[in-house]
Structures are given as C-alpha cells and as structure tokens.
Design a protein around this ligand. Sequence first.
Ligand SMILES: *Cc1c(COP(=O)(O)O)cnc(C)c1O
Length: 504
Amino acid sequence: MDYITLPQTATAFKDIFHEGAAEEYNNAVNSAKQLVNSFLENNRTPFSGITPDQLRALFSQVDFDTPLPDYESLFREVEELYVNHATAFHLPNYIAHLNCPIVIPALAAEVVIAAINSSQDTWDQSAGGTLMEQKLVSWTCNEIGFGAQADGVFTAGGSQSNLMGLLLARDYFAKEKLGHDTRKNGLPAEASRFRIFVSEMTHFSVQNTVSLMGLGEKSLVKVKTDNGFRLSPADLEQAIKKELEQGNLPVAVIATAGTTDFGNIDPLVPIGEIAARYGIWFHVDAAYGCGLLLTEKYRHLLNGIERANSVTTDYHKAFFQPISSSAFLVRDNRYLELITHHADYLNPQENVFEGLNQINKTITQSTRRFDALKLWCTLRLMGKEKLGTYIETIIETTEKTANILEKDGDFQLLTHSDISALVFRYYPAGVQDDVFSDKLNQYIKKEMFQEGKAIVAGTRVNDAFYLKFTLLNPLTTLNDIRNIVSIIKKHGAAFMKQHLSPAL
Ligand SMILES: *Cc1c(COP(=O)(O)O)cnc(C)c1O
C-alpha cells in the first residue's frame, strides 16, 4: 500500500496560516498594504475612465494554470486589473451611490477578522465573537428605543434584513391570525390574499423578496407619497381599508427611514399608529437612516422607530463601515422563534449554550463572517459622538448644496433631503420637455463617468431622468460641490450646443 509522503520542510506549508508561517503572513500582508497605499496615492479621481473593452483586454493574459512567482508580481497584476480602475469611494468628488467612506479602526479590524476567521453561527465557532455581536445588537436596539426583550443578528446587507422582516411578518400573521405553521406546512391557502404596504420609494429589492416568499409582486400595495416623496399615512390607511373591503389580508407595512433616492424619512409615528390599529407588522427599513441614531441633533427624525416590530440597519451605508456590515433587529426576541430551525449537528435542542447560537436568528446564512468586530472597534475607539459629527456635517453640506441648486436657474431640484441625497436635473432655458431633458441629463451622467473626475448617480422619478447626489463623505466641501456643479454645466452646455440649432 502506498502512502503519500508529506513534505516535511518548514517552507512546504508556508501558504497555510499557522504558527510556522508568521514571516510569510507578514510579508504578504505588507505587500497588500503597499498596494492600498499606492491606491491612496495614485487614484486621485473617483474613476479612471477606462472602458469595459479596454479593461477586458488586460484579462486575456491571465492564465490560472501558470501561477505567479511571488506576492510582488501578484499584487502588481491586481493593481493593473483592478485597483488602478476601482471606483474610489473615499474621494470627495464621489457622490453617486450610497457608498460611505470608511473609518480606519474598521479596516484594522478587517485584518483580525480575516486571519482568525471565526464563524458566527455557533458559540463553539466564535465564543467572544458571539458576545461582541450580541452586545452591539443590544446597543443598537437600545439606540432605537427598543426594550429589554429586543434582539437581532448581523446580516450581509439591507436586502437580506428586509427579507427577514417580511418573512417574520408573513409567518407571524399566519400563526397568530390563521393558526397556521408556515415553516412546517408552507403557505396557507389565504396567502394569495396577503398584502404588504410599501411606498413607491421603497427599496427595489422588496419586489424580489415578495416573489421569493411566494407571495408574488401582486402582494405589494404601493401607497402614494407626499411632495417630499414620503409615504402618506392618510393614503396608507385608505389603501388598507380598500384591501380589507376587497377581502384581502393586510400583513405588513414597510416604512423607509431614509429612502434610497431622496434620503427622506417616512412619517414613522403615524405609520406605526396605523399599523398598531390594524394589527399589522411594522417594519422600518433604516438601511440609510440608521446613521441618525448617532446624532443627538437629528435623532428626533427617527421618532416612532421604537414602535417597529422589526428594523433594518446598514452600518455599511451610514456608519462608515466597510462592506458588509448590517443588522436585522426585532422588538421582541420571541418573533425570532418563528425561524429557529434545529439542525442536529449545529444546534441540537439539548444544547447547553442556550441563547448563544446566533444561527437560530438567521435564515439565509450558516457560516457567517465576524463583521461585527469592525463596528466594535469603531465604536470603542471613536465613540458614537464623533461618528455623529460626521453625520451632522454631511447633512449640513447637503442642505447648503440644496440651496445652491435651488438658487441656480439652470437646475430643477425635486425636494430637500432629511439626510443627504438630492435628486435634480440640469434644465436650463431652452429645454422644452422631458424627452430632451432625459437625453441631456443622461449624456451628462455618462460623460462625467467617462471623464472620471466627479461621479454622480442617476435615477428615474415619474418617468423622467434625474441626476442624483448622495453625500456621505464629511470631507466633501461646498467647494467640491461647486466644482461638480460646474462640471455638470460644462457637459450640459456642450450637449445643448450640439443639439439645439442656433437661432437664425
Ligand atoms: C441600500 C438599501 C437597501 C439594501 O441594502 P443592501 O445592503 O444593499 O442589501 C435597502 N433599503 C434601503 C433604503 C437602501 O438604501
């Protein structure tokens, strides 16, 4: 019988993270660090302007069957293929999507998370990691204003947290109102009449969520918004009544605290009251708005969130955390029993570590990264107050930016923002209609991206195309904004010149 002879020398296993590989580990991480430093030094615009074809051409050389000789060549290749052309969220002229700049303590935490590689599903794979996560969950619940019964879990993102909220809402309704166990028996016959109330501004992922949950998009009832694009409570109540009259079953309402497009906060107090009155689940999507928990000055905008049954918070949207860092929180820990599943090998029912297996609180993940350590290190080192001043700076810069756009006759601003997102279009004299304006503003957005000096987002509102600023960087100044505005005008004027025939 042949045995495979394992190599015995110290260098043979140098790629495996172990006590004999400390030098290799340090060298590798130092090379990676150098790459990051050169990113900071060299990437001075948010985007290089490279086209997909140009970038794709560089990939044709890569052959996985021929490994590179050392970390130096490895990271040189990574630099050419990726880092040189990566979108640089940390630059003040990046004000496109909901990507915040990130804080250093969280980056240092990433080094520890990656190397120690705990898995948060069970106590025996994480120990202190579980307690740290639980303490951060309690902290967030406390900031929300939940009582001692509250609980939650870190998730991969807001979409997943919203899914968990709606899933609990569905199963809770089935159990409490219909005496039906959805986990065991699947959807009840009545499920085709389940209705979930959202606004037109609710995050788009909710449509996928209800499909996934077997309720279909038809289960979503889109409630009108007011002129600040906030869900209108009066219209919500009317919509609920109408569905009841038609024999349908109102199950949940989602209020958004910080809509993705406008950063506006739905009126949480009246929506919560209506939800309570009709006995429906109240989920608050605070993926973006959770940042206001950090600031005393603007915290009042979230009043009413404490009455939610469940809440989504995305620390990677508004707490200056690297992706991923997010949580799903419930007012009453008993709700989570609806999703507890006892896998015998992971958390047998006779488990002695009662309450310490976070897997009982998740539905879509088993093995799970210790993302909580990033927020832990951030809060312990910087404190809530300092993070809060960053949020206040962003909000104030946004308000001043809104004033700049409003005063400038070349722009149409749709509304002010409770947080930091502004939707507007370049619409100077001579533009006659939406069709022309759409082409003009799409051109501006495209040209800006290709130029790479400043990046803004775009969105559609009432079928027309608008530009969007999302200001999440406290380093973005009004001078940066004025500069970005002039870049917009430059491209806009060029388009106007090309497309409007000169007056004869
Ligand atoms: C971004 C966002 C989400 C989705 O969160 P991910 O972390 O991207 O999955 C949900 N709701 C709102 C309001 C958001 O802005």
